[in-house]
Write a protein that binds this ligand. Structure first.
Ligand code: PLP
Length: 408
């Protein structure tokens, strides 16, 4: 498929919610960084499985259970191919990015982190890649080291290199910023970490929907992401981890599925990936997730990226025409997220008035309070684009922002 065949009309027809109105205005949904809308095929996967296959996985000899297990494990394989992991043993299903990073912090922390050890994160991280490590600061006496960023919202690579020392045990940094849109030079950052024999974890929540990710090519040791940000259902996510790390990490939660044998004297644990998946998994969700990955793969990640880049470039150009506009985040390499403030208008006032005009944007600190502090602002308005957004929607955003500006 080439870009001419990227038919936005056909694509939008796959997403029934995009046809609705809010306050009598056509919905312009620009909060895709928070969650994406779902194509029919994803919702159909959920109803189809509940209506025709539903049974608990991994434990039944009966037909339905085996069928449900086959679908669930096929979804794991679908995720594996999507990110080009070496093995399905490296694909751990979680509830989302947040749980994936908590799993990593808890289990990697248990195995490898001791008092005085250091974990490197960046100033621009989402709270879900800060707080799990802070819990370890309190529990194990580790220390967080923070990579500074420039005023444009880019990682200070010189400072990053200087943070490594004999206590460094892990780097955990986001691939794409959910606020600034910055695409971090993750490949180079991973290379530098590995030069110091330090593994690297990537928060991929904002990259997986927009960029083709190959974990082997990046040489990432861990990579976390959420299904709901890539047109899949809520409540499913993935922690990718290289097998040689996961093998040496203890279970995160205890319960069914993650054990081999249990006795009061001694319990042994299941193999990868099941060792990290206690309890009944969201096997319906994983099937729907696989459908979502099929959907974006059929469109082609390169076509999605090209479409979103065109939208973002156009939006940046048009927004900059508005007087008193301040774009937060001017990185050279950027994704489909634009944060901004206009004059002295409080972001939540701007967002609320945009909402009345049918424009759904996010306002506030975007779960990145340290970043807000660094940029010296209380919050931003954030427009984030997806594969189904249009140039006309960008025009609607710009017209609405300008209208609100004139009201103040
Ligand atoms: N990391 C980043 C960069 C995000 O943007 C988000 C969600 O907005 C998360 C982590 C958390 O994802 P989830 O809430 O799906 O666990």
């Amino acid at each position: 498929m080439n870009n001419r065949m990227y038919s936005i009309e056909h694509i939008r027809a796959d997403f029934p919610i995009l046809d609705r109105q809010v306050y009598g205005k056509p919905l312009v949904y620009l909060d895709n960084g928070a969650t994406t809308q779902k194509p029919r095929t994803v919702v159909d996967a959920i109803t189809e499985e509940y209506y025709s296959v539903n049974a608990n996985v991994h434990r039944g000899v009966h037909f339905l259970s085996q069928e449900a297990t086959r679908l669930h494990e096929a979804s794991r394989e679908r995720v594996r191919t999507f990110i080009n992991a070496a093995s399905t043993n490296e694909i751990i299903f979680t509830r989302g990015t947040t749980e994936a990073i908590n799993l990593l912090a808890s289990s990697f922390g248990e195995a490898f982190l001791h008092e005085g050890d250091e974990v490197i994160v960046s100033t621009m991280e989402h709270h879900s890649n800060i707080v799990p490590w802070q819990l370890l600061e309190a529990r194990k006496g580790i220390k967080l080291r923070v990579i500074p960023i420039t005023d444009r919202g880019e990682i200070c690579m010189d400072e990053y290199v200087k943070l490594f020392n004999e206590h460094t045990r892990l780097v955990s940094v986001m691939h794409v910023s959910n606020v600034l849109g910055t695409v971090n030079p993750i490949r180079e950052m991973i290379r530098i970490a590995h030069e110091h024999d330090v593994p690297f974890a990537v928060d991929g929540a904002q990259s997986i929907p927009h960029i083709a990710v190959d974990v082997q090519d990046l040489d990432a040791d861990f990579y976390a992401f959420s299904a709901h940000k890539v047109y899949g259902p809520t409540g499913i996510g993935v922690l990718y981890g290289k097998e040689h790390w996961l093998d040496r990490m203890p279970p995160y939660q205890g319960g069914g599925e993650m054990i081999q044998t249990v006795s009061f004297e001694r319990t042994t644990f299941n193999e990868l990936p099941f060792k990290f998946e206690a309890g009944t998994p969201d096997y319906i969700g994983t099937t729907a997730f696989a459908r979502a990955l099929d959907y974006v793969s059929a469109l082609g990640m390169e076509h999605i990226a090209a479409h979103e880049k065109a939208l973002t470039d156009y939006a940046l150009q048009r927004l900059r025409e508005i007087p008193a506009m301040r774009i937060i985040g001017e990185a050279e390499e950027r994704g489909a997220v634009i944060s901004f403030n206009v004059g002295n208008i409080h972001p939540s006032d701007l967002g609320t008035l945009l909402d009345r005009l049918g424009i759904a944007v996010r306002t506030g600190h975007h779960c990145a309070q340290p970043l807000m502090h660094r940029m010296g602002i209380p919050g931003t308005v954030r427009a984030s684009f997806a594969l189904y957004n249009t140039m006309e929607e960008v025009d609607a955003l710009v017209a609405a922002v300008d209208r609100v500006r004139k009201m103040f």
